[in-house]
Design a protein around this ligand. Structure first.
Ligand code: AMP
Length: 398
């Protein structure tokens, strides 16, 4: 168990908080402020406790000097000011005297946000990746600016960067914030210690992206439903014809091995919704042998029924990856039906591991219908693969 905010004394202390303010910004306007809202409970707690709060985050990627103009956190400071209901001191620097003086002059309950941590990835036009490669001096320097470190950025917990691992390794006291704490508790319930029957649903474009998840869950789950583009590689491995559908030839043997190893745990689609090309057109339907001139873009109605049946009685469901090209109106049915089936389960613990399946669930009105929708696509994927998250590992144990 990692230390949480309950385990640390923060009154009157300068508390460094890594948040995830990596929000979409178009023409200087934030188009989705959910990540800022998600950080508020931790920020409010620290303000109420009388901490001097120093916030920092990355925003997108910085690959060249010119990126910096568009990727400043200044608009985030403004929005945070409205959401937190108090003034935010914004420092447009990632190091130096101006930042140090501003931090020193903070009073209890005040909040400071400093500039995009990834500005440290490019210096004087040269790509140095001080932040992204966890430069030792940078982590030490940032750690020297405060007394306690709180990691509340789940979205980057699978990365070892200077702003999470670097600071945590160089400061006397560290803990996870409320958001990371909740993510870890939910993922532990949904992946490590699931109540049975436990059904995992894995979809998305490629087998290669989800090998780790299948591997890790094969022992733990009672059933693994496989849908999405990756299902066609499994069909082909069984000797079916898949037309022009996605297929990873170099994963056919692996797919065969999984099917043999799984002892019937793996549940594949039994029909397919197809199109002549990768286009949002009225689908045609086939069984698992597709005509040569079509590609499979979604599971068909019989698979929807089979998956619903498979989900019946589940006590834990963990889902990662859409059942089809849910971005196309004509090929989102499978994904929406699975959403609905999970949402309607009685008394089950239901988890979506972020990324595209989370986006699909939220877009289609299921945001409140799951026990937990993870906010970190990459981090929750790695958790579902059974990997440890460096950004969490580096935090002190309780
Ligand atoms: P992932 O990021 O691996 O979860 O994959 C999500 C992407 O897979 C989405 O953009 C979907 O449109 C895509 N996808 C799902 N099913 C298919 C399919 N049958 N053919 C092509 N792409 C698909």
């Amino acid at each position: 168990m990692k230390k949480t905010l309950k385990d640390v004394q923060v009154a009157n202390k300068t508390v460094l908080v890594r948040v995830d303010f990596n929000v979409p910004i178009k023409d200087g306007v934030i188009t989705d402020d959910n990540r800022i809202k998600a950080a508020l409970p931790t920020i409010k707690h620290l303000v109420d406790q009388g901490s001097k709060v120093v916030l920092f985050s990355h925003l997108s990627r910085i690959k060249e000097e010119a990126d910096k103009a568009k990727k400043s956190l200044a608009p985030v400071a403004k929005r945070l000011e409205e959401l937190a209901g108090q003034s935010i001191k914004f420092v447009a620097q990632t190091r130096g005297a101006e930042l140090e003086d501003a931090i020193k002059s903070l009073k209890s309950g005040e909040i400071l946000l400093f500039e995009n941590t990834r500005f440290e990835d490019v210096k004087d036009g040269e790509v140095v990746k001080y932040e992204s490669k966890n430069n030792a001096d940078l982590g030490k320097y940032w750690a020297s600016l405060g007394e306690v470190f709180v990691n509340d950025a789940f979205g980057t917990a699978h990365r070892a960067h200077a702003s999470n691992v670097g600071i945590a390794s160089n400061i006397k006291e560290s803990c996870v914030g409320f958001l990371v704490q909740k993510e870890l508790e939910m993922l532990a319930k949904g992946v490590d210690a699931p109540e049975h029957p436990f059904v995992a649903i894995i979809g998305g474009a490629k087998v290669s992206d989800k090998i780790g998840v299948i591997d890790h869950l094969l022992d733990k789950a009672d059933k693994i439903i496989i849908g999405g583009g990756m299902a066609y590689t499994f069909f082909k491995a069984q000797g079916h014809s898949i037309g022009k559908s996605l297929c990873e030839e170099d994963k056919l043997d692996l797919a065969k091995q999984y099917l043999e190893k799984s002892n019937g745990k793996i549940v594949l689609p039994i029909d397919s919704a197809n199109a002549p090309e990768f286009k949002d057109v009225e689908p045609t339907f086939s069984g698992v042998d597709l005509p040569d001139d079509v590609m499979g873009l979604d599971i068909g109605p019989k698979s929807i029924e089979l998956f619903k049946e498979t989900l019946k009685g589940a006590k834990t469901v963990a889902w990662n990856g859409p059942m089809g090209v849910f971005e196309f109106e004509n090929f989102k049915k499978g994904t929406v039906a699975v959403c609905e089936a999970i949402a309607n389960l009685d008394g089950a613990f239901t988890l979506i591991g972020g990324g595209d399946s989370a986006a699909a669930a939220i877009q289609n009105g299921f945001a409140t219908k799951f026990t937990h929708i993870s906010t970190g696509g990459g981090a929750s994927l790695e958790y579902m693969e059974g990997k440890t998250l460096p950004g969490v590992e580096a935090i002190q144990n309780a």
